[in-house]
Design a protein around this ligand. Structure first.
Ligand SMILES: O=P(O)(O)O[C@H]1[C@H](O)[C@@H](O)[C@H](O)[C@H](O)[C@@H]1OP(=O)(O)O
Length: 925
């Protein structure tokens, strides 16, 4: 019989093909009754009266759980318990769980093999092929004690779902003790008497009572089903730990990949291509330029076209990865996968503890967003962008200096124009439509929409930038003489006089040309507002004449009417509204067209200058920033969707979501030494760039629930789809499409041997300034939260949580400049959890250091929030690190169950970040 290692393949827990119960094929297996998305079977184990092979030697035992699938001959190694030391009656804290996807049936056989572990440092090597029921070959560091097996159906149908089985030697003869298999159900009351079990842990006797409180459903089942559309390949682990009052709590750990790892980068690259093609087109349409500028433009276009090709190639490659949901740590330097986040997972802990509500704790674990293929020789984005900016600022040669804020503004205004112009045209047409139907209500509504959008449009040009860019473009035209463009047709200047716009300040770096009519732009721009006012006045008039009489067409502020605006218009009762409004709408469109033409050209010229100044660095920097942002965004969208689904039934959360927005807290474990400095510099910018993202929740109209991204580099909107029933239950503001904002913060504390070097011989200023800057952001968010949430909510919130104290504590820790001050991470994470935020933990690969940190966080939560017995803190930590989801994470990344640490490295780690013996060592990472 062959023994396979479950999850040893690259796919980790991509389960075996599922033979369906009652299939028409040869197999007819009995399915286990399933609750959607809940594990099918979970049990815990304990041994009694184990016989030691050598007298006077204390046993250190573990149980290995293997599965014999009914349709197969082979034995598949499924999982293991932790090692319990020094007792003949071990009670294992690590249980066994079969997730809903696992092909398990009543006929499935489970084999339990008990080993005595002599040398823990060798224990994680578990791959060998053995004949069934033969003495297993001696594995390094452990010896076989006995085995027992049972069918799943037998366990499920047994009294109290408990089996007590004899453990036998491999020839089936001698009994070497017993093993108890006991089914557990998270969240269900256990009937019957309390089950007193005594365990001997590190010399302490501890009486444990197995009982649970009433079930408390954590989430609606629909949510889970829906969430399954984005989460893939879950790995589940089960534990039971004693509480300080000697009761059991149950913990289910779950780790899942997300198809968003690939979906978001693909969406984003498509948008970049669209945006860049559009910009290239706008550059081409910039009109006639002087030979100098024309040559520069040609050069820019050549580079920009090449860049579009690069993005297109990457997208083509990524599109081949259909259905992928995980990029391993070993692929982090692959060029075609650069936009994909490394090792992105949801790490979830579900706690069912006595007397408390069930609780879920989620952390998204992901490799620090960074451009690994481009490398870190010259540092990361934070430094590169700064250097680029300084160089640009200091080189005045033939360019007008536009600050990064100005170029960003130019892109933003361009993007607004592109969105608003067609919108206004649509609303204008709707207004005409209402007019032709002679419907006052519909006319008022259409006017309201038209007014709102037009006001936004006018507002978009308030900035001095367009005016200064127009002048710059003027100087770049052949001969530097720009012919005065004709005033727009049907100019409303005379018929609708308005106050002149307030004078605007001139930008210092812009040269002044006396023959350039600067006020012309103001006039053109103001004409849009004026022509809108004419429309408003006309609508008011039409409705009034029609007998509506209530005045206020919805657009005129405070119902005020300037008779001078309407007097020239001759109106008649029951007149043709369409006829009256049509020319005014035409004028509005013309005026708008004129503004758009000028603004687009001038702002495109700003971009041309930026690009022309520094080809190809500028494009390479943009590429790097896009790569890092894409990785960060994939994680964020994943975190947002999960948070939304798990908190959908919490009205406080929903209110917070639309009134304040969500805090997104990143814990970084990178060192400020060597390449990781560059990674941290990339990460800091990538995370900060997430401010440009807003979410919008829409109703899902089909089974396709994947999020959709719209926008440009300056501002993205991610549309998250919810099924009708869930969508209906949302607050009105969210249903109406209000944009939901996120506030990303990053706190980094290097913990490894490289950080020791940085602290002794290097520089930790990067980490210090990141922590300080982000503390300010976190504090700002907290202030807004206090200010915007209802007073009732806040007073209750403040009673429950001492957020002020925690923030103060965090601040002091950041100021203290203590070495490897991991308290910073615990405080920042606690604040984030209390503020309903989204938690992230990152290191280079999210594999080793991240695993240490999330397991520590999980156990600390159990200790602080769920009364984990203090004597079991380290044991719980070791269980999770040895047999939990994170060692599976390592396996799926590097195909080996070992954290990539050596002794020397670990000595440099803060104590609580060191994994148990036997779980670390040399691996090919
Ligand atoms: O998941 P990480 O902590 O980034 O993995 C590191 C590990 O910490 C370190 O000890 C080891 O030498 C490797 O550099 C790991 O990084 P890989 O990216 O190579 O997995």
């Amino acid at each position: 019989m062959e023994i396979k290692e479950e999850g040893a393949s690259e796919e980790g827990q991509h389960f075996l093909p599922t033979p369906q119960a009652n299939d028409t094929g040869d197999f007819q297996f009995t399915s286990i009754q399933k609750i959607p998305n809940e594990p099918q079977l979970e049990f815990i184990l304990a041994c009694k009266d184990l016989v030691a092979p050598v007298r006077d030697r204390k046993l250190n035992t573990l149980v290995q759980i293997s599965v014999i699938h009914p349709a197969e001959q082979g034995l598949t190694r499924y999982s293991s318990t932790e090692i319990v030391e020094g007792t003949r009656d071990p009670l294992f804290l690590t249980g066994v769980t079969f997730p809903s996807e696992y092909p398990i049936y009543e006929e499935t056989k489970i084999k339990l093999t008990v080993y005595d572990v002599k040398d823990k440092s060798h224990d994680t090597v578990r791959t060998s092929v053995l004949p069934e029921h033969k003495d297993p070959l001696p594995e390094v560091g452990r010896s076989f004690l006995g085995y027992a097996s049972f069918k799943v159906g037998e366990l499920l149908k047994s009294k109290e779902q408990l089996l007590v089985l004899s453990l036998r030697t491999s020839d089936g003869g001698k009994v070497v003790g017993t093993i108890e298999v006991s089914v557990v159900k998270m969240g269900e009351i256990e009937d019957g008497e309390a089950d007193h079990i005594t365990t001997d842990v590190q010399g302490q006797k501890c009486a444990l009572v197995c009982e649970c409180t009433a079930p408390e459903s954590v989430n609606g089942k629909d949510n889970f089903l829906f969430l399954n559309a984005v989460l893939k390949n879950p790995v589940c682990k089960l534990y039971r730990f004693p509480t300080s009052d000697n009761k059991w709590m149950r913990i289910r750990e779950q780790m899942s990949e997300s198809i968003l790892s690939f979906h978001i980068p693909k969406e984003l690259i498509s948008l970049h291509i669209k945006e860049d093609l559009c910009r290239n087109q706008e550059l081409k349409e910039l009109g006639e330029l002087s030979p100098h500028w024309d040559n520069l433009r040609k050069n820019v276009l050549t580079h920009c076209d090449q860049m579009v090709n690069v993005y297109q190639d990457i997208l083509t490659e990524l599109s081949k990865e259909t259905g992928s949901s995980f990029k391993s740590s070993s692929s982090k330097g692959e060029k075609t996968l650069e936009f994909v986040p490394v090792n992105l997972h949801l790490q979830r802990m579900h706690v069912h503890s006595p007397h408390l509500k069930d609780a879920l704790y989620d952390v998204i674990t992901v490799g620090a967003p960074a451009a690994h293929f481009q490398g870190f020789k010259n540092g990361g984005l934070r430094k590169l962008l700064h250097r680029f900016e300084m160089e640009r600022r200091n080189t005045g040669y033939q360019f007008i200096y536009y600050s990064p804020e100005n170029t960003a503004k130019a892109k933003e205004v361009l993007s607004n124009i592109n969105q608003l112009q067609p919108l206004i045209a649509t609303h204008a047409d709707l207004l005409l439509n209402s007019a032709s139907q002679h419907s006052p209500d519909s006319l008022k509504n259409s006017l309201k929409m038209l007014s709102e959008k037009t006001e936004l449009f006018v507002h978009a040009f308030k900035d001095q930038l367009v005016r200064s860019a127009l002048l710059a473009l003027y100087t770049a035209r052949p001969g530097g003489v720009l012919k005065k463009p004709p005033s727009p047709k049907n100019s409303t200047e005379e018929s609708c006089p308005q106050d002149p716009p307030p004078p605007m300040k001139r930008q210092d770096s812009i040269p002044h040309h006396s023959d350039y009519d600067e006020e012309e732009w103001d006039r053109v721009w103001a004409n849009v507002g004026k022509s809108l006012n004419c429309i408003i006045a006309m609508v008011d008039k039409l409705i009034e004449r029609d007998g509506g009489g209530e005045g206020g067409g919805g657009g005129s502020k405070g119902g005020e009417k300037d008779p001078s605006l309407v007097d020239p218009i001759i109106t008649h009762p029951r007149e043709d509204w369409y006829e009256q409004l049509y020319p005014l709408i035409l004028t509005l469109k013309d005026c708008m067209g004129e503004v758009v033409n000028r603004a687009k050209q001038s702002l495109t010229f700003v971009l041309l200058q930026e690009l022309a100044y520094s080809l190809p660095q500028c494009l390479m920097l943009t590429l790097r920033r896009d790569i890092v942002f894409s990785q960060a965004l994939a994680g964020l969208v994943c975190g947002f969707i999960i948070k939304l689904h798990t908190s959908l039934h919490d009205p406080g959360f929903l209110q917070q979501l639309h009134t304040v927005g969500l805090i997104v807290q990143y814990e970084g474990l990178l060192s400020t030494y060597s390449d990781e400095i560059g990674m941290l510099e990339d990460m800091a910018v990538g995370i900060s760039d997430l401010k440009k993202v807003a979410f919008k929740i829409i109703e899902a109209k089909s089974n396709d629930v994947l999020p959709v991204i719209t926008g440009r580099r300056e501002h993205y909107v991610v549309e998250v789809k919810l099924p009708a029933q869930m969508f209906e239950a949302l607050p009105l503001q969210i249903k109406e499409g209000q944009l939901l904002h996120v506030y990303p913060v990053l706190f980094n504390v290097g913990i490894n041997e490289q950080q020791t070097l940085a602290e002794r011989f290097g520089d930790v200023s990067l980490q210090e300034s990141i922590n300080q800057e982000n503390f300010e952001l976190l504090k700002e968010y907290y202030m807004t939260f206090i200010e915007k949430m209802p007073p009732d909510y806040i007073s209750h919130f403040q009673e429950q949580n001492d957020l002020k104290g925690l923030l103060e504590n965090l601040h002091q820790n950041i100021q203290a400049k203590k070495r490897k001050n991991v308290e910073i991470m615990w405080l920042a994470a606690t604040i984030c959890r209390k503020l309903n935020g989204i938690r992230f933990t990152c290191c280079k690969s999210a594999k080793d250091r991240t695993s240490m940190s999330v397991t520590l966080e999980q156990c600390s939560i159990l200790r602080d929030e769920h009364q984990l017995h203090k004597d079991f803190f380290i044991r719980a930590l070791d269980c999770m690190r040895r047999e939990g989801c994170r060692i599976e994470n390592v396996l799926k990344n590097v195909k080996c169950r070992k954290y990539a640490f050596n002794m020397l490295q670990l000595m440099a780690f803060p104590k609580q970040y060191r994994p148990p013996e036997g779980t670390y060592g040399k691996t090919d990472t």
